[in-house]
Write a protein that binds this ligand. Sequence first.
Ligand code: S3P
Length: 173
Amino acid sequence: MRLIYNNIYIVGFMGTGKTSVARALSDKCGYNFIDLDEAIVNIADMTIPEIFSKLGESEFRKLEKTVLLDVSAKKHMAVSCGGGIMLSAENIAVMKSSGIMIRLNASATTLYKRLDGCRNRPLLMSGASPQENINRLIAEREIYYSKADYTIITDDLSIDEVACEVIKIINGK
Ligand code: S3P
């Protein structure tokens, strides 16, 4: 397969399947998989909840920006991005200029199910119930996620089917 795009950035809310889809993409075509959260954890030598509690969200966002910039200089990467990557206009500009942004989306009901019992996403654990946090974040973030180049609704699709949809998009079909 001809690799038309430089990098493919898989973006969208927590629990939409970004990591599994980016990994499936790299299995199906010649892109190299990377998970930005994993890269952050390696650099900080802490888990995501530890980074949030010890350093704060703003430090996490700085690390996120650094790893994104690093990846944007590479070629043919299938990048699983953290759910907050699009909150920064600078991050969006970096992704636009170095590849294509494909957003995965799912209904709140699907997200409640997929994120139920999740312990490693600090933004869902703070204050209100996970469901209330999900509702609030979805409402706050739609304006940012809508800046993606394409959106795939994943509620009724398997990981493999979503990866095939991504491949259709990057092949222009
Ligand atoms: C976040 C999403 C998480 C992780 C961090 C913050 C967010 O990644 O980057 O907990 O702001 O939505 P996933 O979307 O992979 O869960």
